[in-house]
Design a protein around this ligand. Structure first.
Ligand code: CP
Length: 335
């Protein structure tokens, strides 16, 4: 990557303004920050129309017929990439999964030249995951009026479609958010899932949001909403909670592992287990965005227990991504 590109990528812009068009319609999805309750509710309502149950035919529509969606994943992914692919296909789009490991990025082509190349091929929506913060907004600033950018995971900063599928999963089980206590447990410091989920849950008005981690993995000051309660004791964190979400330790984002507990110590103090869940509300649900490290942040059999909604989160991810794709394409078509 050139020095100029690096400078521009890290040159932060207000993503909130960037993701809405001049009429206030969702043009790109870059962050949960700035999306209000009404807009989030509309996305969740639309996602519900795309839900189907295992063993039944999937819901299809022609909302994206004639459109092309490109997946650009510069970091590994199973769920997000597969679900964007399925979501776009089920809406009738052509889908391009660019293999970045064999792309001309490996020959030194800049990310912007890669985007301009896809734009010239009349790609309408570009789904991007990148390890560097600022990349989705940087691309969104440079594409033409006929292209939409969707953030599929940005460094430790944002993962907005994950937050939406988490909200949908919670809403399907618990109804409204106002009476809920939600506990998010694990590597909060390096988690884009925790950041986007926290912003979204506070916007939706949860009664209490608890972020529980070892002190060495606590969120940096100002990186999560001020309403969140920061805790370092899991028993206190899960007591009475309606929703308990376990997070993976993001080893790929941790430079210096000094101070990070070893596996056994971590599970003993911060692993979400059957025993821990006895402290939560009796009908509490267990969530995990995946991929899971069983036996580290979650007891393996808990992931398959009746209270686990982890596979439902995956199913709901396809429906949420269908809703987001349909929404931004409607905006593009109305320009
Ligand atoms: N939750 C999530 O982003 O999973 P993947 O990394 O498999 O896409």
């Amino acid at each position: 990557m050139s020095v100029i590109e690096l400078f521009e990528v890290t040159d932060k812009v207000d993503q909130t303004d960037l993701q809405l068009d001049t009429n206030g319609r969702l043009r790109h999805l870059l962050t949960m920050h700035g999306l209000d309750r009404q807009r989030i509710t509309a996305l969740l309502d639309e996602a519900e129309t795309y839900l189907s149950n295992i063993g039944k035919p999937v819901v299809r529509s022609s909302a994206l017929r004639g459109k092309t969606v490109a997946n650009l994943f510069f970091e590994p992914s199973t769920r997000t990439r597969a679900s964007f692919d399925l979501a776009a296909t089920r809406l009738g789009a052509d889908v391009l999964n660019l293999d970045v490991n064999t792309s001309s990025r490996k020959k030194g082509e800049s990310i912007l030249d890669t985007i301009y190349t896809l734009q010239a091929m009349q790609v309408d929506v570009i789904v991007v995951r990148d390890a560097q913060s600022g990349v989705p907004a940087y691309i969104a600033r440079h594409v033409n009026d006929f292209v939409s950018i969707l953030n599929a995971g940005e460094s430790d900063v944002a993962h907005p479609t994950q937050a939406l599928l988490d909200l949908l999963t919670i809403r399907l089980h618990k109804g409204e958010f106002q009476n809920l206590t939600v506990a998010i447990v694990g590597d909060i410091a390096h988690s884009r899932v925790a950041r986007s989920a926290s912003e979204a849950l506070v916007t939706m008005g949860v009664k209490e949001l608890r972020l529980i981690s070892p002190e060495s993995l606590a969120p940096a000051a100002g990186s999560v909403p001020p309403q969140a309660k920061i805790l370092h004791n899991l028993d206190e964190g899960v007591r009475g909670a309606d929703v308990v979400m376990a997070l993976r330790i993001q080893r790929e984002r941790i430079g210096n592992i000094d101070g990070i507990p070893g596996i056994d110590e971590y599970f003993a103090n911060f692993g979400v287990s059957h025993e821990r869940m006895n402290l939560a509300a009796p009908d509490a649900i267990v969530m995990h965005p995946g991929p899971m490290n069983r036996g580290i942040e979650i007891e393996s059999s808990l992931a398959e227990s009746p209270n686990s909604v982890i596979c439902e989160q995956v199913r709901n991810g396809v429906a949420v991504r269908m809703a987001v794709l349909a929404t931004v394409v409607k905006t593009l078509d109305s320009q």
